[in-house]
Structure formats: C-alpha cells, structure tokens
Design a protein around this ligand. Structure first.
Ligand code: NAD
Length: 344
C-alpha cells in the first residue's frame, strides 16, 4: 500500500491513479459528502467514470449490490472513496466481489483504510470478515479535508480510533512494533482532539489527529480485538446504537474490566495520555471533549442490559480477563449510567 500524507495531498490523486494503472474511477461518498465527491470527480476529468453517493453506516447489502451494479455498468476500473468508515466500507464491498482496487481518501479518524476488515449488513445483522483483497492499494491523507468534520463527530471518531489502539495493546497477538504504533497513535490523538474540538479549523491539530488515526488504523488491522469491540458490536448490531459514540462510552469501562489483566498495556496508555489510572485518563478526556458519557444518552434501555451481557458472553473469545456474565453486566451498568471508573 502507498500512503501520501499532508495538507494539499489530494492534488496527487491523478498521479496516484496513474500509478495504479486506473483510467475510470468510480468516486464514492455518503449523501452528505456528495459535493466533495463531485469535486473529486471533476478534478479527475476523463479519468472519472462517475460518482455514487449512497454510502451508509455499516454497509447495507442492498446498497453494496447497487453500487457493484453501477461500477459494472460504468465500466469502472477502480474506486476512489471520499469519506469516513462508511464510504471506505462501501469501496471494500465492491472490491470483495469485483477485485477493483481502492484508492482511499479518508475524512474521519475511523481508520478503515488501513485494514483488510470489511463489514456488510443484511436484514439488520452485520457480518464482518478479513480479506486482503479489500485493503486499499493507495491512501491519501489530506488533513485539509477533515476541517469540515464537525467537532462532535471528530471527537467520537477520534476516540473510536483510540479504542482500536487500546485493544491492540492487549491483544492476544500483540507485537512490539504494533504496540509502538498504537501508543503513539493514542498520544497524538489525545493531544490533538481537545484542540480540534476547540478550533476545528486548526490545520496543525487536524494533521496530528489524522496522523494518530493512521497509526490506530494500522493497529486495528494488525491485531485482534477483544471485549471492548465485542460489546460495541453487540450494542451496535442488536440495539442499533451509533458506532463511534458507543465505542467512546464503553472504552473506559472495558479498560477497567481488563486493567489487572493487561498492566503493561495500561502503563503504555497512561504514558501516552500523561495520566494516572488509564480508564480515568480516557474517561476524563472524553468528558472534556463534550462526548456523551452514558449509554442511556444514546437511547439504550436499561431493561436491555441483561440481554446485551448475555449475547456478549455466550461465545468465548480472547481477552486479557475471562469474559463472564456478571462482571460484564456490571460493566454495562456503569457505561449505561456514565460512572467514572473506580480504581479497584
Ligand atoms: P461515517 O463514515 O459513517 O461518517 C459519519 C458522517 O460524517 C457521514 O455523514 C459522513 O458523510 C460525514 N463526514 C465524514 N467526513 C466528513 C468531513 N470531513 N466533513 C464533514 N462530514 C464528514 O463515520 P465513521 O465513524 O468514519 O465510520 C463508521 C463506520 O466505519 C462504521 O460502520 C464502522 O463499522 C466502520 N469502520 C470500519 C473499520 C474497518 O476496518 N472495516 C474501521 C473503523 C470503522
């Protein structure tokens, strides 16, 4: 994979396409970013086959199939994704069945562009998989494209990225190089996000945040995820809670759950954040960013917590501490109420 990083680097899109040997790019976006996609298509001139602006959260299968059809009918030979994880995800769905290469232009901090992980949602059920064919062939990180990302979305998406690095630090298959990257990704995002939220048009802070997102994306793509991601998957998939905000709320509580089983990882988080007890370092950063702190704020029903705990504990998976129903239910209650994690 080639990566180009820096303000103004979008201007290198035509030469990056040329490197891929692509001549007919389908430019993808969400409806909200349709005008950004049109601008990109215009800049590509005759090398743009067209735009498709119906990307949606969690890649509904109907949309994936519609976009695959459009790519075929337009004779596209590559996809340029302009947007966050939802748009990159649509490009991956097309690549999975067509092998069209992806050139990703990320505009959030989700990090999907660095991973071979894809997701598709069919009749409300999301399935994910790993396949090297969906890994973008080139990525252009242009921080100036993130200036328009609203502060609340920036904060939630940045904390989602930090969650990827935290779990990579204590993953069963963690390794020392990915841990270096994960720690640096947390440091960069924790440093930049307060500035981004205060001054969304601060290009230096945006560049540091995007650099952190890049690192956290690599961490996500390289290490297996654990309890935190399992819980977020359950809460998103079975209770329809929003992706990034759910990650943000659950993270400090999942870290408290795993604290004793992952002391080295927690020391790295504390060093990266310049904080004491890591779960509180994360919790306090999220509060300072003005993020929602309670699952109740996202519409979770208290009566559903037991069902969520049951689903999250019914099949075993690797985690630093054994995953058991009663303490997981307690974790979910703390996240539901937004309690600051108590050091045990
Ligand atoms: P998103 O892509 O859904 O974007 C959220 C909203 O922000 C959209 O309306 C989008 O158009 C808008 N937006 C994005 N960038 C903008 C900008 N610069 N300015 C203005 N508006 C902008 O959100 P996300 O958090 O990036 O992605 C979430 C999705 O990505 C989830 O479905 C998640 O499962 C997936 N994801 C996948 C991976 C992976 O490795 N496969 C990794 C992370 C996230």
């Amino acid at each position: 994979m080639r990566v180009v990083f820096g303000a103004g680097s979008l201007s290198q899109l035509p030469s990056e396409l040329e490197r891929l040997g692509a001549k007919r790019a389908l430019v993808l976006s969400t409806p909200e970013q349709a005008s950004a996609a049109s601008e990109v298509a215009k800049a590509l001139g005759s090398h743009a086959a067209g735009t498709y602006d119906k990307a949606a959260m969690h890649v509904p299968l109907e949309i994936a199939e519609d976009a695959r059809r459009v790519a075929r009918e337009l004779g596209a030979d590559c996809c340029v994704t302009v947007g966050g994880g939802s748009t990159t995800g649509l490009g991956k769905a097309i690549a999975l069945t067509s092998l069209l290469p992806i050139l990703a232009v990320p505009t959030t901090y989700a990090g999907s562009e660095m991973t071979p992980i894809y997701g598709l949602t069919e009749r409300g059920a999301k399935r994910t998989g790993r396949d090297p064919r969906v890994l973008p062939k080139a990525v252009i990180y242009d921080p100036s494209l993130t200036l328009s990302l609203p502060p609340a979305l920036s904060a939630a998406s940045g904390m989602n990225a930090i969650a990827h690095s935290v779990e990579a630090l204590y993953a069963q298959d963690a390794n020392p190089v990915i841990s270096l990257m994960a720690e640096e990704g947390i440091r960069a995002l924790a440093n930049a996000l307060p500035v981004v939220v205060q001054s969304p048009r601060d290009l230096n802070a945006r560049a540091e945040a995007l650099y952190g997102a890049w690192l956290c994306g690599v961490a996500l793509g390289s290490a297996g995820m654990a309890l935190h991601h399992k819980l977020c998957h359950v809460l998103g998939g079975s209770f329809n809670l929003p992706h990034a905000e759910t990650h943000s709320i659950v993270l400090p509580h999942a870290m408290r759950y795993n604290y004793e089983g992952a002391r080295e990882a927690m020391t790295r988080v504390e060093r990266a954040m310049g904080s004491g007890y890591a779960p509180n370092g994360i919790f306090d950063l999220e509060s300072a960013l003005g993020l929602p702190m309670r699952l109740a704020d996202l519409g979770m029903k208290e009566a559903d917590l037991e069902r969520a705990a049951r689903i999250a504990t019914e099949a075993p998976y690797p985690n630093p501490r054994t995953v058991e129903y009663a303490p997981v239910l307690e974790l979910l209650r703390a996240a539901y109420q937004g309690r600051r994690p108590a050091q045990s």
